[in-house]
Design a protein around this ligand. Structure first.
Ligand SMILES: CC(=O)N[C@H]1[C@@H](OP(=O)(O)OP(=O)(O)OC[C@H]2O[C@@H](n3ccc(=O)[nH]c3=O)[C@H](O)[C@@H]2O)O[C@H](CO)[C@@H](O)[C@@H]1O
Ligand SMILES: C=C(OP(=O)(O)O)C(=O)O
Length: 421
């Protein structure tokens, strides 16, 4: 995997077979951060092999933890001795999720200094709600020179209401609140499954949390945390991306390692437009029929339709019959894939938070650029449908969040090659 890799994709008529979902990137990142709470060695299983995970492990190493990845999806973090409270800009600037070390470091070291995350290709993404939460727990916040320093003598539980159910703010505040004196409530909390997985990990370490996975979380602070072994939940966005891969190629794919509750918003939409889906325990079979009726999609916090599936869904709507409207309510700039899809023959007009997609019978291959992780996935999916050859450049974005995407697609019959340029 290199910074200068691209995918070369030929049209695939029908993807068939079985694919295993990897562990969730968005659950693994906060859980890796949470290992910092316990003095000792925690082991995480089912950790996806992704560049974002490598960066997070490097950050933990810089803080004094000793991290080892066995190359088979198991990571050990020995956080016995932490000797730094500052994470280097070179690493934190690579990944927004790095800001999630703030909560556990504040809880354990009473002091943390991180670079303020800048904007990113999908939006401005401020961290004001994270900081408001720490402030409510009694921390002192100082900003300057591109950094934010958060310190406390001790953390004290409080009632926190989030103006928006931010996933990252809920996770960061939760990881500090578990060690605060007394009771913390987080109202209007994010209810994404990754938060429930983090809470489950924290609880196994000794934390006392109720309500995680709903919009109201209650935490009774505890003094100590023990290191544990824990298996990361499956990646619902990877599962969803393979569902679209099957639908867009008129395929027949069985996806193993799915938690059906987590992907309900997508399952509902795909059934509505004409895909056939059978759920059997943690396995899901999706059959495409080549004809989909366009629909409208609005991204919302869980259990609404996930913003992380919006771009991939747009690829499918591009080849559906009729007109669909996609409304993006979570990030203000998450339509960069639309122009690239148009270069492949899609008919999409973007106006503010809405994209109007008029279906076209077939896309055509082109050279396109992945502007971010899910935009990249959407272009790969479109490439599977497009006549001729599609080249997707800047696939380092895709490597942030999909483990061996090309290998998994090849195992289902896709003609996709990774080439360095
Ligand atoms: C590593 C990880 O888990 N990333 C996910 C996480 O990102 P992330 O945790 O960054 O997303 P948030 O839920 O925090 O962001 C949602 C919205 O809230 C805004 N906001 C957020 C925090 C804040 O302090 N102030 C503020 O205004 C953001 O700019 C954005 O418009 O949830 C997103 C929404 O489901 C997903 O797309 C990302 O894949
Ligand atoms: C936006 C995403 O991730 P991040 O928050 O790490 O940028 C994503 O996974 O689609």
């Amino acid at each position: 995997m290199g910074k200068k890799d691209k995918f070369i994709i030929q049209k695939t008529d029908r993807l068939c077979g079985t694919v295993e979902v990897s562990g969730s990137k968005n659950a693994a990142i906060p859980i890796l951060a949470a290992t910092l709470l316990a003095e000792g060695k925690s082991t995480l299983n089912n950790v996806p092999g992704l560049t974002d995970i490598t960066v997070m492990c490097e950050i933990l190493n810089c803080l004094g933890a000793r991290v080892s990845f066995d190359g088979a999806n198991n990571v050990t973090v020995d956080a016995q001795n932490l000797d730094h409270t500052v994470a280097p800009y070179d690493l934190t600037s690579k990944m927004r999720g790095s800001f999630l070390v703030m909560g556990p470091l504040l809880a354990r070291m009473k002091k943390v200094r991180l670079s303020l995350p800048g904007g990113c290709p999908i939006g401005s993404r401020p961290v004001d709600l994270h900081l408001k939460g720490f402030d409510a727990l009694g921390a002192e916040i100082t900003k300057g020179f591109g950094f934010v320093e958060v310190t406390c003598k001790k953390l004290v539980g409080n009632k926190i209401y989030l103006d928006f159910p931010s996933v990252g703010a809920t996770e960061n505040i939760l990881m500090a609140a578990v060690a605060a004196e007394g009771v913390t409530t987080i109202e209007n909390a994010a209810a994404e499954p990754e938060i429930a997985d983090l809470a489950c990990f924290l609880t196994s370490m000794g934390a006392d949390i109720s309500g995680a996975g709903t919009d109201s979380i209650t935490v009774h602070g505890v003094k100590t945390f023990q290191p544990v072994e824990y298996s990361i939940m499956p990646d619902r966005i990877e599962a969803g991306s393979f569902m679209i891969a099957s639908a867009i190629t008129n395929g027949d794919i069985t996806i193993n390692g799915v938690i059906p509750e987590h992907i309900k918003p997508l399952t509902a939409k795909l059934c509505e437009i004409g895909a056939e889906i059978d759920v059997n325990g943690n396995s899901l079979r999706i059959r495409g029929n080549g004809h989909y009726t366009a629909t409208d999609v609005k991204t919302l916090p869980f259990p609404g339709f996930p913003t992380d599936m919006q771009a991939q869904m747009m690829s499918l709507l591009s080849v559906s019959d009729g007109t669909g409207i996609v409304t993006e309510t979570i990030f203000e700039n998450r339509f960069m894939h639309a122009q690239e899809l148009c270069r492949m023959g899609a008919n999409i007009k973007v106006e503010g938070h809405c994209a109007v997609i008029e279906g076209t019978p077939e896309l055509t291959g082109a050279k396109v650029v992945a502007s971010d992780l899910r935009a990249g996935a959407a272009l790969v999916l479109a490439g599977l449908n497009a006549k001729g050859t599609t080249e997707v450049l800047d696939i380092y974005h895709i490597d942030r969040g999909y483990e061996n995407l090309d290998g998994k697609l090849r195992s289902l019959g896709a003609d996709i090659q990774r080439v360095s340029y």
